[in-house]
Design a protein. Structure first.
Ligand code: DC
Length: 258
């Protein structure tokens, strides 16, 4: 029963722990100091992999904000919203949608309004249409509110996404900007695609990244940017383990000085 309950990280904070109270029933006690770590960076920089591993190493919750944008895009497509024209419906949908994360047997599952959309949100169609959600200020605001509320509920968190340190959690205790040169990023994307058996060439991936970089940096709200308060890590030529260790050391140093 307890294990089942604790799997629902959206409802039951990760940074709480169970202690017996006077009647020997287990109750949850919140830690005094919660810590927010953000990882911003461009497409293909390895943010998701690194954020997941870092969170696991530190015992923090992991928030994949790209998955939230994907879930809203999926829902809008599913319900027939005209993404090119109907910004009011996009805003309304983003404000009403419910997104939960569930750690199941096969890893992290994303639940959107009660439907498991973990696989559906990775489709090329969703990826192509995300820009209509990501460029819509009211939708971004709704996502920001959900992300902040989620962080408040779960406590210690590693939040990953293009605007996490710059807009959503500007006062986070540790803010990273993870980058890599564009060819390295394209190679990483290509190997992701190939492991998913998608037939795609290097030049196509490189061009796609170029386009996404431009769109991410030019977005009127929530644009990708490396601010002065972020610790920049260039992961070109570095493995995941090396990047995660460097980040974990920085987080531990900051935590010990708090
Ligand atoms: O990280 P990802 O590829 O799953 O993100 C999908 C899209 O969502 C990406 O093209 C840009 C958008 N996004 C965003 O605008 N802001 C975020 N915090 C996360 C993702």
């Amino acid at each position: 029963m307890w294990n089942e309950e604790l799997k629902f990280t959206a409802f039951f904070p990760h940074s709480t722990f169970l202690v017996p109270n006077s009647t020997f029933r287990l109750v949850r006690v919140r830690r005094l100091q919660d810590m927010i770590v953000t990882i911003d960076g461009p497409c293909g920089s390895g943010k998701s992999t690194v954020a997941r591993e870092l969170a696991e190493r530190l015992g923090f919750e992991y928030l994949d904000t790209g998955a939230m944008y994907r879930a809203v895009t999926w829902k809008a497509t599913e319900t027939g919203v005209d993404l090119e024209q109907d910004t009011d419906s996009i805003a309304e949908l983003a404000q009403k949608v419910r997104i939960d994360f569930y750690d199941g047997k096969n890893g992290r599952r994303i639940i959107c309004d009660g439907r498991d959309v973990t696989t559906a949100i990775r489709s090329p169609e969703v990826t192509r249409k995300i820009k209509y959600i990501a460029d819509e200020p009211a939708a971004r605001k709704a996502m920001m509110n959900l992300q902040r509320a989620h962080a408040k509920r779960v406590g210690d968190i590693v939040a990953e996404g293009r605007d996490q340190g710059s807009v959503v959690f500007p006062d986070a205790e540790v803010k990273f900007f993870l980058d890599a040169d564009i060819k390295t990023r394209a190679e990483r994307r290509l190997s992701d695609f190939r492991s998913g058996r998608l037939d795609i060439e290097f030049d196509e991936v490189l061009e796609d990244i170029r386009q996404r970089d431009m769109a991410d940096r030019a977005r009127p709200v929530g644009a990708l940017r490396c601010t002065e308060s972020m610790k920049k890590i260039d992961s070109t030529g570095m493995g995941v383990e090396e990047v995660v260790s460097e980040m974990a050391n920085i987080v531990r140093q900051v935590a010990s000085s708090c």
